[in-house]
Design a protein. Structure first.
Ligand code: PEP
Length: 241
C-alpha cells in the first residue's frame, strides 16, 4: 500500500525507461495496487516486458462482496498474474490455505498465473519447523491442483522474518528451501516441478541479489521495498546478467 497514483505512474515510467538495460530473457512483472493497474496497463501498452500482476484477488467469482476484486475483473484489464498468499494477507486478513486454494482456482479459471507465496515466521525457523510449515502450505494448496493448472503456477519463497526487515536469508538458506520446495512438488507433480519458477522474496537489494539469484534453484525474486526505487529495481533485475 505504497504510492499515490501520480507517484506510482512516475515510478512505472522510470522502470519502463530502463527496461532496455535488462537482459532479454529476464521476465519482469510489476504488481502495483489495484487503483494503479489500469493506468499501468496503458503505460505498458504492447511491450512484452513488464507483465502486470495484482497483489490479491477474491475467493468468490462475482456478486455482492463489497470491496472485493475478482480474478475475472483483473483478467479483463488485462492483467496476467496475481500474487496470492502473501504473508501480510495471511497475517492481517486471515487468509488460510483453504481460502487461498479457492483464490488460486478462480485465478486459473480466468487465465491468471498465480504467484503463490509460502514461508515461515521467525519462531518457526528458530524452532526448526520451517520445512514442515512450507510443506503444509504447498500440500494444502498447490498439491490440490491438477497438473495442467500446476504448470501455470509461480512459487515465491518469502521467509516472513526477512520481509521488510532488512534481514535477508543467506544464499545457502534460500537454496536449501528452494530445493526442498522443488523436491516436495516433484513428489506430486513429478518432472513438472523442474520447470516451476521459484522466486525468493525478503529484503532483496542490488547488493545481495546476484548472490541469491546465482543459486541453482532460485529462479528470480519477489521484490518489495527495493521496487519503490526504479534504479534499485532495475539493478536487481539486471543481476541476472
Ligand atoms: C514483500 O513485500 O513481499 C517483500 C519481499 O518485501 P521486501 O523486499 O521489502 O522485504
Amino acid at each position: 500500500m505504497n504510492t499515490t497514483l501520480k507517484e506510482g505512474k512516475k515510478l512505472i515510467e522510470e522502470i519502463l525507461s530502463g527496461t532496455d538495460r535488462i537482459p532479454q530473457d529476464v521476465t519482469l512483472i510489476i504488481a502495483p495496487p489495484f487503483t494503479h493497474l489500469c493506468p499501468a496497463a496503458r503505460l505498458i501498452g504492447n511491450r512484452r516486458n513488464p507483465a502486470l500482476a495484482a497483489q490479491n484477488s477474491a475467493n468468490r467469482e462475482s456478486g455482492a462482496y463489497t470491496g472485493e476484486v475478482s480474478a475475472s475483473m483483473l483478467a479483463s484489464i488485462p492483467c496476467s498474474h496475481v500474487i496470492l498468499g502473501h504473508s501480510e494477507r495471511r497475517e492481517y486478513y486471515g487468509e488460510t490455505n483453504e481460502i487461498l486454494l479457492d483464490k488460486i482456482r478462480l485465478a486459473l479459471a480466468s487465465r491468471l498465473r498465480p504467484i503463490f507465496c509460502v514461508g515461515e515466521v521467525l519462531a518457526e525457523r528458530e524452532g526448526s519447523m520451517h520445512f514442515q510449515v512450507v510443506a503444509s502450505q504447498l500440500r494444502e494448496v498447490l498439491c490440490q491442483l491438477g497438473p495442467e493448472d500446476f504448470k501455470k503456477v509461480i512459487v515465491a519463497y518469502e521467509p516472513v522474518w526477512a520481509i521488510g526487515t532488512g534481514k535477508t536469508a543467506t544464499a545457502e538458506q534460500a537454496q536449501e528451501m528452494h530445493a526442498f520446495i522443488r523436491a516436495f512438488l516433484a513428489g506430486t507433480f513429478g518432472d513438472l516441478a523442474a520447470s516451476t519458477p521459484i522466486l525468493y522474496g525478503g529484503s532483496c537489494k542490488p547488493s545481495n541479489a546476484r548472490e541469491i539469484f546465482s543459486q541453482p534453484d532460485v529462479d528470480g525474486g519477489l521484490i518489495g521495498g527495493a521496487s519503490l526505487k526504479a534504479e534499485d529495481f532495475l539493478a536487481i533485475a539486471g543481476s541476472f546478467a
